[in-house]
Design a binder for this molecule. Structure first.
Ligand code: AMP
Length: 587
């Protein structure tokens, strides 16, 4: 088996120098000690750990917390002092709107500083914060805001006009829309507020109220095979795991320039794009640009990035753009490159070595786990293609069903990845899907839904999913959510959506539909249904391709057999059609 042996200076200089030794003795109490806690022993608040303590306790108020590089124009820095004041204004603004602890604030924003202020200001006010992905269309936005009872939405004028205005009347809880680019005094619609005017009217001083470590903080929506989107609920205590996992897996430390390329509409963008680096005292680089390869290489050099956390889809894009652009820049400050969210191929790990003279470190986790669980560390050898080994504090197992019971799988045998509960960032509820939440916990384990194997040295290897959810460019697509929209088209009788392997996006949504009587199969109708889905779902969820068939395969109980359709697309044998084979065992 190929192994990349780490040089001795990596072992000596890493935060986690001796993996085996630390892993054997580490406990979450040690992690908790990294937190300051609210003044007066008033609990643990994410925003305090990420922002205020750097001013009030560490006296680093003049250091840069956030560096925003817009597509064009000058770079804008925000110090910890400024971030503390801005987030205080935001929290005071929420008080003025009558929001109380536990009320939900949603944001649908491009990458710009107002979004970061909204996240941290909401957490300060002890509201529940939920990010929305700008690639969603009105349908998915409505489903998420309705399920999470959004009271306030922070967005731009353009996003409001194109995606939110039409669904506003169907969101009775949504009282206010804060528009980050609306001129003071301008009123777009009832309940719309100019961010600038609202912030200017608020005080820059805010004392965070008592916050219990178990108070709800964030909801992130992900997709399951069936049903509506699932809202993973995380509590303030999760910051403990964000903080230490970034030290262990990303080798992050105070003073670093840290660039997480994940979109802030997803869990990675919040946990590792905001909370983990800020709590560690690192400067967060925010790229407001379009993300072409040349720009990325240039940012790595000019912004002196020390730690870069990205994703396989982005790495594939860079790999495809050729080596010429990468060779025009130097990466002298870059200490560690990591990736997460999708399988990272051995080829991509080695590409990192060729271009940056550093391998790419794969990390594994889920929205539900709330922080990195398995990783390749700076100090440990890499087996390219493997997800690595569990973080200190995390006990991972591989389980299989035997006679109705969960038993450990043998070395190199495939089974479901399971994690021993609890840990601080584990999700505490699944909004809208309480049944599926309960089913994911068995005998003290959290069952992840991922199929893996563990080799004799404890390295984990990703094999697939037990269910039909689709991963495209690092984002989940729930087949049911897409199928429901396709079936709203007047000509569609039934729909099934599968993930088709794709060299750039890992998978893309591929739809199959049957037609209602009196509708004829023809190209215009096929394209019309695709357009219909794209308009309602947005580009992130809409299927790339669609096939009209005379029928779709079902189990005897009438359940759609997406696996069979997938086999059809791949030209593979149909395989095991038992309920186990259909992925019904663990879900
Ligand atoms: P999300 O909740 O969007 O972060 O997605 C989590 C899922 O993405 C996992 O359950 C895996 O199926 C997949 N995933 C995340 N990281 C990796 C990785 N390093 N290798 C393989 N699959 C991954």
């Amino acid at each position: 088996m190929e192994t990349i042996v780490k040089p001795s200076h990596d072992r000596e200089q890493a935060n986690l120098k001796d993996y085996e030794k630390v892993y054997a003795s580490y406990g979450w109490l040690q992690a908790e000690a990294c937190m300051t806690g609210l003044p007066g022993h008033h609990g643990l608040n994410m925003a305090y750990e990420a922002v205020d303590r750097h001013v009030q306790v560490f006296h680093q108020g003049d250091k840069v917390a956030l560096r925003w590089c817009p597509q064009t124009g000058p770079v804008i820095d925000m110090t910890w002092q400024e971030l503390m004041e801005q987030t205080a204004r935001f929290a005071n603004g929420l008080t003025a709107l009558g929001l109380q602890q536990g009320d939900a604030v949603f944001a649908l924003c491009p990458r710009q500083p107002e979004f970061y202020v909204a996240v941290l200001g909401s957490l300060k006010h002890r509201c529940l914060f939920s990010p929305l992905f700008v690639g969603f269309g009105p349908g998915p936005l409505h489903a998420r805001m309705q399920s999470g009872h959004a009271r306030v939405l922070v967005t731009t004028r353009a996003l409001y006009q194109t995606k939110v205005k039409a669904i506003r009347t169907e969101l009775p809880d949504l009282h206010y829309v804060v528009l980050i680019d609306a001129d003071p005094g301008s009123v777009l619609d009832k309940g719309c507020i100019s961010y600038r005017e609202w912030m200017d009217a608020s005080s820059p001083h805010y004392a965070i109220g008592p916050t219990s470590a178990e108070d709800a903080a964030l909801i992130h929506f992900t997709s399951g095979t069936t049903g509506r989107p699932k809202g993973s609920l995380h509590v303030h205590e999760a910051i403990i795991a964000h903080h230490v996992s970034a030290q262990f897996a990303l080798d992050l430390r105070a003073g670093d320039v840290f660039w997480c390329t994940a979109d802030p509409g997803w869990a990675t963008g919040i946990f590792y794009g905001i909370l983990a680096p800020l709590s560690n005292g690192a400067t967060v680089l925010v790229d407001g640009g379009e993300g072409d390869a040349e720009r990325w290489y240039q940012l790595l050099e000019t912004q002196k990035v020390n730690v870069w956390y990205t994703e396989p889809a982005a790495i594939r894009r860079l790999m495809q753009s050729g080596e010429e652009a990468s060779q025009r820049y130097r990466y002298e400050d870059l200490r560690l490159i990591a990736s997460g969210g999708e399988p990272l191929t051995a080829e991509a790990v080695r590409w990192g070595e060729k271009v940056f003279r550093k391998p790419i470190h794969d990390t594994w986790w889920q929205t539900e786990t709330g922080s990195i669980m398995i990783a390749n560390f700076r100090s440990t050898d890499i087996r390219p293609g493997s997800m690595g080994r569990p973080l200190p504090g995390i006990h991972a197992g591989v389980l299989k069903r035997q006679e109705g019971r969960l038993v450990p799988a043998a070395v190199d045998e495939e089974g479901e990845l399971a994690l021993r509960t609890p840990w601080p960032s584990l999700f505490r509820a699944c909004i809208g899907r309480e049944d599926s939440y309960r089913k994911s916990f068995v005998d003290g384990w959290y069952l992840t839904g991922d199929l893996v194997r563990r080799d004799a040295d404890g390295y984990f290897w990703f094999e697939g999913r037990v269910d039909d959810v689709i991963k495209s460019s690092g984002h989940w697509i729930g087949p049911f959510e897409v199928e429901s929209v396709l079936m709203e088209h007047p000509a569609v009788a039934e729909a099934a959506v599968i993930g088709k392997p794709d060299p750039m996006h890992y998978e893309v949504g591929h739809a199959f539909v049957t037609l209602k009587p009196n509708h004829m199969t023809h190209e215009d109708l096929r394209l019309e249904i695709l357009d219909f889905a794209r308009e309602r779902l947005g580009p992130a969820l809409a299927p790339r391709d669609l096939v009209i068939q005379s029928e779709l395969p079902h189990t005897r109980s009438g359940k759609l057999m997406r696996r069979l359709l997938k086999a059809q697309v791949l030209g593979e044998p149909v395989g095991d059609m038992s309920p186990q084979g259909l992925g019904e065992v663990f879900v």
